[in-house]
Design a binder for this molecule. Structure first.
Ligand code: KG4
Ligand code: ZN
Length: 343
């Protein structure tokens, strides 16, 4: 099997994503032309448990992976013979879930006789911003906010990243999920709080904005505790007001830190990514702040914010260009940071 391949505008990468609770496959040509993107969500399966159950996630990935890859191929109109490389998320994520995608990708790569490319899920979220807008100017500052991560990343060019700020405790999405769980709103919490907040008063409760004027790191665990204490003390408080006030506190901090980092680093472009980047208030507020300060903003579509395989295929294409295919004995790395090399 070839490991070396110079990726160009005609190179087709099949991407596979199974790091958490979405089984996804996509075909992307030339790094940013999405030919197909299929996402099979396990949300319904996990919702009744109030969160993702790792063992159930692995089994569901096993059941879905073959039909999802078949669907992605069918939608692209291409056959396996047109696939030039197979990329899969190797970390971070749930180990059992990752192994399903990694094993499937290696098996396909070996069968077709093309390179296998191990992709870092966090790096892929950074590329998702470029999928909707490939002509961005660097340096780009990306606010990456998902269920497991919250970080501000300076992207000097593809493959050259520096984390300039991150959460000291809970990730932003985790805070949404935990608050929603406490309010009995179900899982995942982000979309339901986003919806409920539209009916509430964001000024009703003055929740803390931790570390607002202090560096580029963030902290959300105090805010979560403040919400819990408030609800315990004010039993008749309207849930929509709590949701709106909580969401506003999270967004105020995220937008303030992003703008400060962009100014400090003299960034040309600002982008957001990860599941929380689908939040309507965050999208509106960051758009307003960027317009006021004259920053170019890349706001990926909702589908590109949450987990998908188009961003994996795109990251795989860039990785092929930067360092070629991966070793076929590359493993899965549940606690992987934003490292350039997945090994
Ligand atoms: O990136 P993602 O799909 O998966 C991870 O890699 O974590 O992000 C999932 C997270 C969940 O915590 C979910 O509650 C949050 O993104 N999320 C939102 C919204 N949609 C999803 N948070 C706030 N507002 C939303 N509209
Ligand atoms: Zn993600």
């Amino acid at each position: 099997m070839r490991r070396e391949l110079q990726a160009d505008s005609a190179t087709v990468v099949l991407g596979i994503e199974t790091s958490c609770d979405e089984t996804a496959a996509a075909l992307v040509m030339g790094g940013n032309d999405v030919l197909s993107s299929v996402v099979a969500s396990q949300l319904d399966i996990h919702a009744r448990f109030g969160g993702v159950v790792p063992e159930i996630a692995s089994r569901a990935h096993l059941e879905s992976i073959t039909p999802v890859v078949d669907q992605a191929l069918a939608k692209s109109g291409l056959g396996f013979d047109r696939v030039d490389a197979v990329a899969a998320t190797v970390g971070p994520g749930l180990i059992g879930a990752l192994l399903v995608g990694v094993s499937a990708a290696k098996a396909l790569a070996l069968t077709i006789g093309v390179p296998f490319v191990g992709v870092n899920h966090l790096e892929a979220h950074l590329y998702a911003a470029l999928l909707d807008d490939p002509n961005v100017e660097f340096p780009m500052l990306v606010l990456l906010v998902s269920g497991g991560h919250t970080m501000l990343v300076e992207v000097r060019r593809p493959g050259d990243y520096k984390i300039v700020g991150q959460t000291r405790d809970d990730a932003a999405g985790e805070a949404f999920d935990k608050v929603a769980r406490f309010l009995n709103l179900g899982y995942p919490g982000g979309p339901v709080i986003d919806k409920l907040a539209k009916m509430g008063d964001a000024q009703a409760i003055d929740f803390p904005r931790a570390m607002l004027n202090d560096g580029l790191d963030v902290s959300f665990s105090g805010l979560k505790t403040a919400v819990i204490n408030h609800v315990r003390k004010h039993k008749t408080a309207k849930t929509s007001d709590i949701a709106a006030s909580f969401q506003s506190a999270v967004v105020d901090v995220l937008v303030a830190k992003t703008m400060r980092a962009a100014i400090d680093l003299d960034a040309r472009t600002i982008a957001i990514g990860g599941g929380v980047a689908a939040n309507s208030l965050l999208r509106a507020e960051i758009s307003r702040a960027c317009a006021t300060k004259d920053f170019r903003l890349v706001l990926p579509s909702m589908a590109m914010c949450t987990d998908n395989a188009a961003m994996i295929a795109s990251a795989g294409w860039h990785r092929l260009n930067l360092s070629g295919g991966s070793r076929i004995d590359l493993g899965a790395y549940p606690n992987m940071g934003l490292s350039v090399e997945p090994a």
